[in-house]
Design a protein. Structure first.
Length: 410
C-alpha cells in the first residue's frame, strides 16, 4: 500500500512539472525577440537596505556610480537598518542618500523597504518613476540600469535581471546555490518571458514602476517571493531582462547556508498560507502563470515532504514487521540514484549553457556539477525543520569584495 502511494506521488510530481521540461527546450531553441520601442530615460530610485554591510556596500555603490545610464536620471538611496558599524558613513561617502532606521521589533528587509519607500515619497516624491532594488553585497555590470530601462520602454511594469555569482568557486555550497539561481534565470524566467508568461523575482536586482505599488507591504521572511505571488495573482506580468547581469554573494559556511535556506523555506510556508487561495483563484480564471508559480513555490516542497514521509513510514513498517526491508531499501536507493542523476543533468546543462557567465576555472566548473545534487539534498532536512522551527530574520555576513575578486566583472 505504501509503495503504491509513493509511486502515485512520483507520478503526480512528473505530471505537475512536465511543463518545465518544455521550458528547457523553449529556452534552448526559441530566441527572445525584443520589440522596437521609443527610448525614454526613466527617473530611477535605486534602493539598498543594508545591515552592517560596510565591507561590501562601497563596491556596489562604485558599480552604480560607473553606470552608462546618465547620472541625472537616477539616485541611490540606502537604508542603514539597525546598523552597528559604519555602513551609513560608507554609503554617504560614496554619494548615496542615506537614511537610518532603529527598530528592533519590526525586523527584516520588508520593513526596511517599507520605511525607505515612505521616506523617499516624503523627501523626493517628484523624482522616481521606477524603483530598482539591490542588496548591499551585489555587483552589477556597467549597463545594468540601461538594460532595465530598455525593458521599461518595451512595456514592462516589473522586470527582473540575470543573477550570477561573485564567489561561485569558493566551495561546493556557494557553487550549488549559484547554479540554482542561474538555472532559474536561464530555464525558468527566460522561457516564461519568451512564452509571454510572468517571470518570478528572486531576491534582488528587480525593478518596478511607481504605479505598481503605493507602498511596500510585504513582510514575509521571503519578501521577494511574496511580492511575486501578490503581483502574479493580481494579473501583473513580471518581465525578464537577460542582458542586465548582477553578481550576488552566496554563503560558504554550512551553518550560515542552512540558516539562510531555513528562512527561505519558512518564508515559502508563510506565502503558501497567505497567497495560495488567490493563486488558486487565478488558476480558475485561466492564468497559467498562477499555476506555474504556485507549482514552483509549493509543489516540489509539499510533494517532497509527502514522499519523504511515506518513504520513512515504509522503512519503519518494514523494520517492525521484519518483512519487505530489502524491497524498501532497494526502492529508496533507486529513488536516491534517480534524483541524483536528474539534478546532475540539471546542473550540467546549466553549467554548459552559462559557462561564460560562471566566474571559475574549468576544473571547478565541472567538479561542482557533481556536488550540485548533494547541495540540493541538504534542502530536505532544512525543509523538514521549517515545518516546526520558529524562524526569525537574521543578516547574512558578506565579505567578498571587488578587490578580492578582480575578475568578477568581465
Amino acid at each position: 500500500m505504501l509503495e503504491m502511494m509513493i509511486r502515485a506521488v512520483n507520478v503526480i510530481f512528473v505530471i505537475l512539472f512536465a511543463y518545465q521540461v518544455f521550458y528547457v527546450f523553449v529556452s534552448l531553441l526559441v530566441p527572445r525577440r525584443e520589440k522596437e520601442a521609443k527610448q525614454y530615460r526613466h527617473r530611477i530610485a535605486v534602493l539598498i537596505c543594508a545591515r552592517n554591510e560596510e565591507t561590501v556596500i562601497g563596491d556596489l555603490l562604485a558599480c552604480l556610480s560607473a553606470q552608462t545610464y546618465p547620472q541625472e536620471y537616477y539616485k541611490v538611496f540606502v537604508m542603514a537598518d539597525n546598523c552597528t558599524d559604519h555602513t551609513a558613513e560608507t554609503a554617504a561617502a560614496n554619494g548615496a542618500v542615506v537614511y537610518r532606521r532603529e527598530n528592533h521589533k519590526l525586523v527584516g528587509k520588508g520593513y526596511a523597504l517599507e520605511e525607505l519607500l515612505s521616506r523617499i515619497r516624503r523627501d523626493y516624491d517628484s523624482f522616481p518613476e521606477a524603483y530598482l532594488i539591490f542588496d548591499a553585497d551585489n555587483l552589477v555590470r556597467q549597463d545594468y540600469l540601461e538594460q532595465m530601462n530598455k525593458a521599461l520602454c518595451q512595456g514592462a511594469r516589473i522586470v527582473t535581471g540575470y543573477r550570477a555569482s561573485k564567489n561561485y568557486d569558493a566551495n561546493w555550497l556557494s557553487a550549488g546555490s549559484s547554479l540554482w539561481f542561474m538555472r532559474e534565470c536561464r530555464y525558468l524566467n527566460r522561457a516564461r518571458d519568451v512564452l509571454g508568461l510572468s517571470c518570478a523575482v528572486s531576491g534582488t536586482g528587480f525593478m518596478f514602476k511607481r504605479d505598481v505599488l503605493q507602498e511596500w507591504h510585504y513582510h514575509a521572511l521571503t519578501e521577494d517571493l511574496e511580492f511575486t505571488a501578490d503581483q502574479i495573482a493580481a494579473g501583473e506580468r513580471i518581465r525578464y531582462c537577460d542582458e542586465a547581469v548582477l553578481y550576488d554573494e552566496q554563503p560558504v559556511d554550512l551553518r550560515q547556508s542552512c540558516r539562510q535556506r531555513l528562512r527561505w523555506s519558512r518564508g515559502i510556508l508563510q506565502i503558501i498560507r497567505k497567497h495560495a487561495v488567490t493563486l488558486l483563484k487565478g488558476i480558475w480564471r485561466g492564468s497559467f502563470s498562477c499555476f506555474d508559480y504556485l507549482c514552483t513555490l509549493a509543489g516540489a516542497y509539499m510533494l517532497s515532504m509527502v514522499s519523504l514521509g511515506l518513504q520513512g513510514l515504509w522503512l519503519i513498517t518494514a523494520l517492525i514487521s521484519g518483512s519487505g526491508l530489502m524491497q524498501s531499501l532497494t526502492a529508496m536507493a533507486a529513488g536516491i540514484l534517480q534524483a541524483y542523476l536528474c539534478l546532475y543533468v540539471m546542473g550540467l546543462l546549466t553549467t554548459i549553457t552559462e559557462w561564460k557567465r560562471i566566474d571559475a576555472d574549468p576544473f571547478r566548473k565541472v567538479l561542482y556539477t557533481f556536488t550540485f545534487p548533494l547541495f540540493m539534498a541538504t534542502y530536505l532536512p532544512i525543509a523538514c525543520a521549517a515545518l516546526f522551527v520558529k524562524v526569525r530574520w537574521a543578516p547574512i555576513r558578506h565579505t567578498v569584495t571587488v578587490r578580492s575578486r578582480s575578475t568578477v566583472l568581465p
